[in-house]
Design a protein around this ligand. Sequence first.
Ligand code: ADP
Ligand code: MG
Length: 695
Amino acid sequence: MTQIQYLKGIGPAKAKLFDRLEINTVEDLLHYYPRTYQDRRLGVPPNLYNADDRVVFKGRVLRTQTIPARSVLIFKAFLQSEKGEEMECTWFKKRMYRGFRFDPFGTLKKDFTLNSEVWVIGKREHKNNFFDNKITVEEHYVANDALTQLHAGRLTPIYALTEGLTNKQFRQFVYEALQTSSLANEPEILPPSLLKKRGLLSAPQALRAVHFPGSLSELETARARLAYEEFLLLATAWGIKRTQTKVLSKDYSYEIKKNLLTPFRQQLGFEFTNSQKKVINEIFNDLTSPRPMNRLLQGDVGSGKTVVALCAMLLAVENDYQAALMAPTEILAEQHFLTFKKMLRGLPVKVAVLTSSTKAAAKKKILKELAEGTLQILIGTHAVIQDTVQFHNLRLAVIDEQHRFGVKQRSKLKEKTSKLDLLTMTATPIPRTLALAFYGDLDVSTLSELPPGRQPIQTETATSRLAYDRVRMEVEKGRQAYIVFPLIEESEKISAKAVTEEFEKLKKIFPQFKLAVLHGQMTPTEKESVMNDFAAHKTDILVATPVIEVGIDVKNATVMVIENAERFGLASLHQLRGRIGRGEHESYCILVPQHATSVAKERVDIICATRDGFKIGERDMQLRGPGEILGTRQSGEFEFKAGDIFQDRDILYRAIEDRDELLTQDPTLQKPEHFLFRQKLQELYQKNWHLIDLS
Ligand code: ADP
Ligand code: MG
């Protein structure tokens, strides 16, 4: 591998700029794909890449002109194309006093000598009403220069760059790298059989074409090959991981005794939905099987994941094992604790909650009972995975809203739980095939129905005033309401202050009702008492930051007002709305947007149009990218460079199909024709995919 600084024209100083783009070697440079392209061919019909008002023109110089003005200097060149069309090209330069010998247009004058042939690329001037053939030039290239063919008269690559690097330079470096690197003989990592089966371009062909495509169709074929490669690598890594976990076996076993499960079910007060029954079955099968469970339970907001988890935990307790439940926020952990206590009333099961703000004395007691084994179920935030927490015999770990945990926390948990049964739960469901691609080492269960008796939720946008009218109407009928304000600048403190101010204003707007405020800066005891008061209907309106987003469950609440709705992500909006419509009364979710950008407006529109969590999850991923959703963006785990899991869904499916075939023939990739592919996997694994153990 050649270090980037040895490429012609780069050197140590420029290499630092490349380092910022994580380009260290010539190979990295070649795999730094264009962000987009500009169609700079002459006279092609509009397409994806020349839809803006950019103009590409090639012509001979008829004359040039310099116009001094007060604060700017203007240079003009008049060009004529082969067909006789004329173009007036303009450059502006700020007037700067750098000595009278300095001519800011020196280079331009050299390039635009009379009769020379030049390409110009720029923006069409809008304000002009009589002569449309006028542009403000962004780039120009002298036609008889050999390198010009990289920049003009073609589909031109545009890279995402850092300050100090221009696209023009960058294209020339890429070109240089394509000429000089051993790329032409770069070995093909894809198994030849697959290359043939899918009719893919070879790696060197694809690299050349993705940087300097000869046509739109060539670009598509190149991108397809590179996307396929990325997908196949990821899918295979997960596939291998999956077989590895399948052969692990646990040194403990479960027996379904029902001495807790049966009374639990009897006092629950509702029947499980068919979907819940099916999922509980799947989980019990996992638990009683000899290999550790690694299952993702996905189910829309309100689909009843908590009781399913509790059933699994009770099975563990029936077998004298301990179980733990981890939630992303303290409020949710507290809420789960209350729910568990209520549902387990009268049963011989001891439950406790541990968060970072549990008092020292209480914590000491919990730790002691955990170590002794007298405490059977522990609920908590990530405090649960701290090293000081030692269990007597923890066998089952449940993670609620797993996508909200950071990558570090998740890998730490993975370490701690490698010999455990693991159930992860999420309300951001993703389509099944994508789930397989992303969570390839997991089994997936889906709660596909909501418990019966759920009321429809009317979702609409309105002004604050109309929203408050609805709040008033409902509260007068004896219902309760949430009014939610966004987090400001990601800072809990500022948000707390802002929401407290709003709370004071709202008290004046609703003098006849009881209001309470809830935000992340309050102590757990304060939060708990506010939540308890609201649940017991001692307060009517809860004014809150999005701390209430997950898990809160108050059936009498029928109105959700979301202020500054444009600031919320799709998943948050959906989760917030999931707080209402839980009882027998019709519910209202009212979004109050302020200044919405088009994306924000789209989010609000989607939320108003559908309640289907799957659809919302999918759109969310499209709008934000999968890495953002899965919390893996920083680690680069799921950032594809060429592929787009939505646009290239068909390619993804093909890759998964081929992965299955590949691993059936050669489960650990030992065959010589798979050697390079395996090597590439290992290399990637070292860089990014730290969760995949290929050793
Ligand atoms: P989520 O899947 O969003 O975590 P929860 O587990 O919080 O949903 O369940 C939402 C509400 O539905 C809770 O009040 C729970 O007690 C109730 N619930 C769960 N299953 C059923 C059921 N089968 N019938 C009626 N209510 C149920
Ligand atoms: Mg939940």
